[in-house]
Design a binder for this molecule. Structure first.
Ligand code: ADP
Length: 402
């Protein structure tokens, strides 16, 4: 029972092939710089055991279709191919950034779904066209294999209106679909379910906060498996300070900056998304580099670290209040899974809220799941590695075999 998961960005395409009988990842890869003469494909084969085997192919991929054709060739070539024929694929799952209010559920892609994803391009002009290109290329190359659209915004579709509405003139919601959507939904949903399993608690009786801290970061407050708050908004620029995105800022800032610099709205937006966040503060967006710089006395790196941790702490306090009762906090994604210093700093001084970190457990945990709070901590704190691709593959199986 094999499922191929595709995550196509504006100039990239990630893929991962699963055998859901395990479940087990068979291979994964990344095509980068699609459209440029320097595009490349890195393909990693996961053997049953032992380290993965990586190969790189340098080729010019003009389009997502060409990239998918190459992926198909890699999967289906040789005497003992990973996929013998298209019929061996149960489904192809696609991560789609923006489902808007059009999609109330993940779905098997048909004409109507394609039209819906197209209509939402206005809300995600960088992501949805790329997602659509990936879907159309996969459908053309693997006719007869169902394509499934899994929306990044869906988990936050349960937000109450007083959370998702934005306090601007009401017509903007109706005319221009201005509201909070939230992103990283597959990760927040997967981690919440895993957390319930790890705590051996029924999901419908779990109140938790998920801190998805990667290059892009977001937090959610979840009650009984249902998302009640999210730090991301109309776009993924809002919320926490991220690798290169500014997170929450004074809404008057873009106009002020435009008048100071003479830059257009689009140019200012690029600065907010690509030149801000940790990178803007200290010139680095990878936490590993930031820690190294802090140890060498770099005060801008210290500032970036403290700003990030303070922001996470503020959201924890706010979400605790929203949930009323908090059972657990889960840390996930690149920083959340690996960076014990960020976890320690953002939870520092919260003992009076019943959040007590076990310093030794925390320091020793990297890249795998485990509890990092003390036994007498009223709120349990866990590290839960995310697996968005596996979540998409599982959704595919559930939809296609329903
Ligand atoms: P995204 O999916 O948003 O691109 P990831 O979840 O892969 O991001 O996280 C990438 C980030 O995780 C890196 O930019 C880096 O800041 C952080 N990271 C990865 N490994 C470590 C580590 N060992 N220690 C601290 N931070 C790490």
């Amino acid at each position: 029972m094999k499922v191929l998961v595709i995550n196509s960005g504006s100039s990239s395409l990630k893929y991962k092939l699963f055998d859901l009988a395990g479940p087990r990842a068979i291979c994964a890869g990344l095509v980068e710089r699609i459209g440029s003469s320097q595009s490349s494909l890195a393909h990693t084969l996961y053997p049953d055991s032992g380290p993965g085997e990586k190969s790189e192919i340098f080729e010019c991929f003009e389009t997502h279709t060409q990239a998918i054709e190459k992926v198909a060739e890699l999967l289906m070539a040789g005497d003992d191919p990973l996929v013998r024929s298209a019929q061996e694929l149960l489904a192809i799952g696609h991560r789609v950034a923006q489902g808007g209010e059009f999609f109330k559920a993940n779905c098997i892609v048909d004409e109507k779904a394609i039209e819906g994803i197209r209509q939402n391009i206005v809300l995600a002009p960088l992501h949805n066209p790329a997602n659509l290109a990936g879907i159309e290329a996969a459908m053309a190359h693997f006719p007869g294999v169902p394509s499934v659209a899994v929306f990044d915004t869906l988990f936050a579709g349960s937000l109450p209106d007083y959370v998702y509405r934005v306090a601007l003139p009401a017509a903007f919601y109706k005319d221009f679909k201005v509201r909070r959507y939230g992103f990283h939904g597959t990760s927040h949903a997967y981690v919440t379910r895993k957390l319930a399993d790890l705590m051996e608690k029924p999901l419908d009786n779990l109140n938790n906060i998920v801190c998805h801290l990667g290059n892009g970061s977001s937090m959610t407050a979840v009650k009984g498996g249902i998302c009640r708050e999210t730090s991301m908004g109309m776009t993924p620029t809002s919320g926490l300070i991220m690798g290169t995105r500014c997170g929450d800022i004074d809404p008057s800032l873009p106009a002020y900056l435009s008048s100071c610099t003479g830059k257009s709205a689009a140019e200012i937006q690029t600065i907010l998304d690509r030149e801000s966040g940790l990178l803007g503060i200290c010139g680095m967006n990878d936490m590993r580099d930031i820690h190294k710089a802090i140890s060498q006395g770099d005060d801008n790196a210290r500032l970036a670290f403290e700003m990030l941790c303070h922001g996470i702490k503020k959201y924890i306090g706010a979400y605790y209040a929203v949930l009323g009762r908090l059972d657990a906090i889960a840390f996930t994604a690149g920083i959340g899974e690996n960076d014990s210093q960020v976890r320690e700093k953002c939870l520092e001084g919260l003992e009076h809220l019943g959040i007590i970190v076990d310093q030794e457990l925390n320091a020793g945990l990297r890249g795998k799941s485990g509890r990092i709070s003390t036994h007498d901590s009223a709120v349990e704190v866990w590290v839960v590695p995310t697996d968005e691709e596996l979540e998409i593959a599982t959704i595919c199986k559930d939809l296609v075999t329903a």
